[in-house]
Design a protein around this ligand. Structure first.
Ligand code: 13P
Length: 379
């Protein structure tokens, strides 16, 4: 990877053309300054290049060996479905209790480098009255939120304690996808990534090709090649610094309703072929979503991709595949919190081992092997 000093003078670090010439006010105690200890105070007039070092360091911190992201960014409606599955009402107090359980799991930061929150959690305290974001930072976990659901531009979050922002765009294979739909998805992701970087926040770029459909793994591969080509074309057009982003794609698998099932080795072969063809090695981390795979399946697939060294950190940003058995173990009962946290740590450790290519599925529970695909699922 190029050194930060080379990056600073690189022409691709010019501020995104859309905001060139604008002067943005920024407080010295800004979010990005808190992401990296001892960051120099920023001047009032900023350009993307002022944040290049911080962006690269934050992205690298998240993409550190044996660690990945806990996605806990379910919108209130989706969180409600999760709570309903264990017989709980969708109240703020129940969402708070569940998220408190997740962020306070002892030692979580050993396996988890970043957490993606929903906006409600950003401003929420744990049941003991500590800010959730502060608990994450104490656990050595970089906090971020999803922004595709809350319609806020990234600089709204400058002083919120966040260091990364996640934007998800979905692509449906059974619905086409048309060339125009792919272009639109890619352009939107690239604009958001440029604006995030201009404001010192690491964008997590998430072009999610949905599992829905009966198509073959070859068809997924074909669509993914088009989507990722467009995404990286527009990221480059928007002067996005590749060293300061994280990619969060889906793995290349057959459609969830296909009669064919792929082995972890087949998923790894197709997905790595796609990564090599489309993702520049400058990108520090590829953090896969689980998309409805079972917990064990998602871990096995990740493990298969890490059997030989890769130019990028190939890791996880799972929601369902980290939380499912934890949620079931909790069941909404305070006396189960400890056991549920242990279950979360088991999954986090399993995926940490998979990131290092050292996981075996020995001793995994039946619950962890259950698929979680839901047709037409939305976050
Ligand atoms: P899943 O791992 O459940 O697909 O969720 C990942 C995600 O995109 C949430 O932001």
């Amino acid at each position: 990877m190029a050194s930060p000093s080379l990056l600073k003078s690189s022409p691709v670090l010019d501020k995104s053309e859309f905001v060139k010439g604008q002067t943005l006010l920024r407080q010295p105690n800004s979010a990005s300054a808190r992401c990296i200890p001892n960051a120099a105070p920023s001047s009032l007039s900023i350009r993307a290049s002022s944040y290049a070092d911080e962006l690269v360091k934050t992205a690298k911190t998240i993409a550190s060996p044996g660690r990945g992201i806990l996605a806990m960014d379910e919108s209130n409606a989706t969180c409600g479905k999760r709570l309903a599955s264990i017989g709980l009402e969708n109240t703020e107090a129940n969402r708070q209790a569940y998220r408190t359980l997740l962020v306070t799991a002892p030692g979580l930061g050993q396996y988890i480098s970043g957490a993606i929150l929903f906006e409600e959690t950003l401003y929420q305290s744990t049941i003991d009255g500590k800010k959730m974001v502060d608990v994450l930072v104490e656990q050595n976990i970089v906090p971020g939120i999803k922004v595709d659901k809350v319609n806020r531009i990234p600089y709204f979050y400058l002083n919120s304690g966040l260091c990364q922002l996640n934007w998800r765009t979905v692509v449906s294979i059974p619905n086409g996808p048309s060339a125009l739909a792919v272009k639109e998805a890619a352009w939107g992701l690239a604009r958001y990534a440029a604006i995030s970087q201009d404001n010192g926040l690491v964008p997590i770029v998430e072009p999610e090709i949905l599992l829905d459909g009966e198509h073959s793994i070859d068809r997924t591969f074909e669509v993914a090649q088009k989507v990722w080509a467009e995404v990286f074309f527009y990221l480059a057009e928007n002067n996005v610094t590749f060293e300061g982003i994280l990619l969060k794609p889906s793995m290349v698998t057959p459609g969830a309703e296909s009669k064919d099932k792929a082995t972890p080795e087949q998923v790894a072969d197709y997905t790595l072929k796609l990564l090599r063809r489309r993702i520049p090695p400058a990108v520090p981390g590829i953090m896969f979503l689980s998309g409805g795979q079972s917990e064990v399946e998602a871990t096995l697939n990740l493990n298969a991709m890490n059997q030989a060294p890769n130019p990028w950190h190939v890791s996880f940003s799972y929601a369902r595949a980290l939380q499912n058995t934890c949620l079931k173990t909790w069941g909404g009962l305070p006396e189960n919190v400890k056991a549920a946290q242990e279950t979360l740590l088991i999954r986090a450790k399993a995926n940490s081992l998979a990131q290092l290519g050292k996981y075996t599925a020995e001793g995994e529970s039946e619950e962890a092997k259950k698929g979680m695909f839901v047709k037409g699922y939305s976050y």
